[in-house]
Design a protein around this ligand. Structure first.
Ligand SMILES: [Zn+2]
Length: 336
């Protein structure tokens, strides 16, 4: 079924449930131009992630894009979700726009996710563009024409100071196209951090003031004991900016779950979107230890093989409302 027929068929059963934070991973073996460079414990972590997804660690050496996307589409079809936003991954750049291939651990070009979204209606393309790139505006235009659903970046890992005045034309173009920005906030473990201070959600004021709908991935939460928690800073911005949201991706984990229940607060939940951060492992153990979930529910859900479904079920069991799972369809303009 092509994309238009797919969404037309969904129109009768709107609202649809969307996981709006799923990573594409690849090594360029199939000729995409992407790459994966894993050193030290990141390599061990990648092997662990693949195995817990039911893929052999040897996939890292094979045609990873193909193996990974074929596995992922099965997981999505076998879950309660109607679609997922599949995210490209931009390279690190200097503020003057030079790519820094010596930094960062992976590059997933935009065409990888745009092509996959064209082939599979269950995938929506989350493109990734460093706004300092000399061709940033052209690439943005090209991605919009190819049907991008949002633009994703990790300011602290890709070296993007979102408050840099030079990026204003880029944010304005996104606002004009009504393309939302999904920006990583808070610390990060799975890809190397280049500039820690760009984890601060307050730097997102500039795109917000330009009229961009901004989704702060992870709601500014810290990724562990050693980095700053920006949750309260993010929550304080909600009343000032009606087009600011947050996603609860990676919050069912051992390190990032501290604010998960705060996201259910009545003043916060209307601004929350569901996302898993797949393939980051979904581990609900601390939700059981801190009694957010009873032991029976924890064991039943943690046993679910499909991580996309497991994350969804944990959030259901914690009492998140229907709208948290369906809100993305409005924001991503799927009801056209
Ligand atoms: Zn992520």
């Amino acid at each position: 079924m092509n994309k238009m027929d797919f969404w037309r068929s969904k129109r009768n059963q709107f609202p649809v449930q969307i996981d709006m934070h799923v990573h594409m991973v690849g090594n360029g073996a199939g000729g995409s131009g992407g790459w994966l460079r894993l050193k030290g414990w990141h390599r061990a972590l990648a092997g662990f992630m693949l195995r817990q997804l039911g893929m052999p660690a040897s996939a890292l050496e094979g045609d990873l894009e193909k193996i990974y996307s074929e596995h992922l589409i099965k997981l999505v079809r076998d879950s309660s979700l109607d679609a997922v936003v599949l995210l490209a991954h931009e390279r690190v750049h200097d503020p003057d726009g030079r790519p820094r291939n010596d930094l960062g651990s992976m590059f997933v070009p935009n065409d990888v996710v745009l092509d996959l979204a064209q082939q599979h209606p269950e995938f929506l393309a989350g493109v990734s563009i460093h706004p300092a790139r000399p061709d940033a505006l052209d690439e943005l235009q090209r991605c919009i024409e190819r049907g991008a659903a949002l633009m994703k970046c990790l300011p602290n890992c890709q070296n993007i100071d979102a408050s840099d005045r030079r990026y204003i034309p880029f944010w304005k173009k996104m606002a004009d196209a009504r393309l939302p920005l999904l920006a990583h906030t808070g610390g990060e473990h799975t890809v190397p951090v280049v500039n820690k201070k760009f984890a601060d959600p307050k730097l997102l004021r500039t795109p917000l003031e330009c009229g961009v709908t901004v989704i702060a991935a992870h709601c500014g939460t810290s990724s562990g004991a050693f980095d700053r928690d920006y949750f309260d800073d993010w929550a304080a911005m909600l009343s000032e900016f009606p087009s600011l949201y947050g996603d609860i991706s990676a919050l069912v984990s051992l390190n990032r779950c501290g604010h998960l229940l705060d996201c259910r607060r009545s003043e916060i939940e209307p601004r929350i979107l569901h996302g898993s951060d797949f393939p980051v492992p979904i581990l609900g153990h601390r939700l059981c230890l801190n009694q957010s979930l009873n032991g029976k529910a924890f064991h039943r859900i943690q046993k679910i093989d499909n991580p996309i479904e497991r994350d969804f079920q944990f959030k259901r069991a914690l009492g998140f409302s229907d709208q948290v799972f369906t809100r993305a369809a409005e924001l991503l303009r799927l009801r056209r």
